[in-house]
Design a protein around this ligand. Sequence first.
Ligand SMILES: C[S@@+](CC[C@H](N)C(=O)[O-])C[C@H]1O[C@@H](n2cnc3c(N)ncnc32)[C@H](O)[C@@H]1O
Length: 234
Amino acid sequence: MNLTGGWHWHWRAWRSQKRWAPASAQIADWLMAQSMPRKQLILIGASAGWMLPTSWLAQFEEIHAWDIDPLAAPLFRWRHERTLKRQGIALHLHTGDGLARLTDAVRAMPDAFFWFDNVLGQLRFTGEPLDRVSQRLKTLQQSLKRVNWGSVHDRMSGPTLPEVTLPLSRPGLAGVAMETAEGQAWLQHMGAISPWLDHLTEHVLPKDTPVQHTAWPFKPGYAHWLEMGWHPAD
Ligand SMILES: C[S@@+](CC[C@H](N)C(=O)[O-])C[C@H]1O[C@@H](n2cnc3c(N)ncnc32)[C@H](O)[C@@H]1O
């Protein structure tokens, strides 16, 4: 069973568009401002691209998107294909495990930009033992050394004070631990009420990679701390 995608994700995303719009706009502004190469894009965990700006996708010449959810491809087409087609962008939508195919994709498309779109923070829900997930996430950067790659992922999520106004995105460096003064200050700004869930992504991006932290009002009284950053090929 797919606990992080499927019809329940699409239903929530469709219903939440207004609530999520400020967070989506902050992600979009960050993506548009980055200087990652824009030739081929490999998108992993694309779903329907509910939180992805079409304007950013349209800057690539070719897109390969992967999702294990069979509903992802038709809904991605519905949301983004018309604009992409008009601009002559080649769109290839694949149903399957993008993480399992990563090594092959890196070999086949070494000049592509690899983007993990809110998928790495979900691996803790796959049933795999958590220490193995943590280890897998820590070592992912090794398999990506030769390519340009990046990720937006949940760092933590949990209940918030009912009256809180979520803060605007702020820049930072990857690897900030939640128990540090910086991590605690950010959680406090989000009105976090203990306990928050650790999505095990603290070490996904190489330490000190410039990142943006974004507060995402997932549902009333419950927010996610999103971290996004990218790393050039070594
Ligand atoms: C939280 S959703 C994010 C969706 C998307 N980025 C968006 O903005 O709509 C996580 C997605 O990752 C997909 N997923 C989970 N594991 C995957 C894997 N190994 N390969 C490809 N997709 C995966 C799920 O099916 C789900 O659609």
